[in-house]
Design a protein around this ligand. Sequence first.
Ligand code: NAP
Length: 527
Amino acid sequence: MMTAATNSYVPRLRPLRLPRVCVAVIGSDPAEMMQKAEALVRDNTFLEFRLDYLSRPALALPKIKQFTEYHPHVVAIGTCRRASAGGKFRGSIASQLDILTKASAAGCQLVDLELQSAARCKPGQLQRLRAHAALILSYHDFRATKKLEETLEKMVALSADFYKIVSTATTLHDNVRMMKFLEKYGDQHSLIGLCMGEQGIISRVLGVRAGSVFTFAAVSADEKTAPGQVTAQELRNTYRIEQVDAATRVYGVAGDPVAHSLSPAIMNAAMRRETVNGVYVALHAQTLKDLLACVRDIPIHGLSITMPYKESIVAQLDNTDSHTTKVGACNTVVRAQDGKLYGFNTDTAGVVRPLQQRITIEQSKILVLGAGGAARAAVFGLKERGAEVYILNRTLGPAQKLARSARARLLKRADLKKHTFDVIINATPVGMGNTRESPLNENEIKARYVFDMIYDPPETRLVKMARAAGAEIIPGIEMFVHQAARQFEIWTGKPAPWDEMFSVVTRTLADRAAATAAKNGNSEKKT
Ligand code: NAP
């Protein structure tokens, strides 16, 4: 039986509803730390001063006092974590307590003390620390997510106002463990729980849904104080964390890697526009088994499946529609109320819809380059709509197999020049992430339209050559938005806000290109 410590909030905090996102403020000296805090208060009302990042933390305290007096609406945490507990403070526990006591006197309404230090304090010392601030008793596990209940049991033996357990996720399922823990004990204690690490990103968003009082965020992408930390802006704007509640449906994109997926940006924007109470996260699944265990337990309402699981997931689903079965690849999963998983392939819609807006597909002569999952979605979808489809692939075997099963024609590269097409579709990754490679040579592009599934970069070598050859371009971004729009429709039953989705993706890609250019420019200057 766990003994519950009395949750005596400091009176000053009682009327406050703490914001969902606390931003950790770090700096190399007090002036820099305060400069950052000043820049942050406009958008963030909940700050954690990481005093342990300063070589002389005490010097920051008068400045923090000024700051809290000047910004009375800000809730501040004072933290001075010792090096032995993962922080940077090298002083004794006595001097740590002294700094935290002074931090509370300087206006920090909350102070954070790690279990390792607290366990070595006398009860009177902890009581004194709580005289003017609420105490967050914290525990960090930098390796794993395990023994959460045992840790909490040790923690609640000490009186505190909040109990914070931060673990490290090495699998997706570790997030589930953390969420179940929060759900189970969140009613008894004021808990803050999350998993660090890239695999733990979802716990930052879903932790508050499961009962974590708040979560932590980084100021910017390069100022993260813990691995896997998401920026405050992302948590608020992309994930709408202030609105996430127990009724919020969870969706996600699963793959390996997924860190650069555009899907969270586009899907969360669509949900916001259509006021769907849902949140869409990136699930970095290193194995299909881990993904499926996580999906069964979270419960996830819908999934986008990306590389490398589009094919292997099909056998794990309870059912797929006949088109998806034929294609043998699934990019959309719906979890029904009975827990069963149903698979669809919306890559086909991603190919068909942009074409339907431009041509009559029936009897059009279309060349598909590639014979992988995306090519198969295109070939079957186009054949079903009466197109005359040709397949050209680097390796003969898969092309032959696809041509046979879809009743399409096989083309040898040597024969390419003899043909003119209505549309050439690139369904290979050639040209992805670079502008040097193209799956075709200039003299092989004879078509009214060239449709490159690659959207990053938007101007591939193939696109440039095709434009120069007089072809009209169908950009890969259209496919991306159409397949996402169809997923949205399947999951929500609402028409997708196409224009909004298109502009979010265009903007995100442009921002990324600008960031990469700036980074390259900087590194060139440095060298
Ligand atoms: P996949 O299943 O791995 O298939 C890749 C295909 O490309 C295979 O047929 C492979 O030929 C061929 N290929 C790979 N490298 C090649 C090279 N260096 N030269 C010539 N052919 C090569 O991949 P996928 O899922 O079908 O995806 C294909 C592309 O479509 C990717 O770039 C993906 O990003 C893009 N895509 C875009 C969207 C969108 O929304 N815009 C959606 C889905 C996919 P072999 O048989 O010889 O290996």
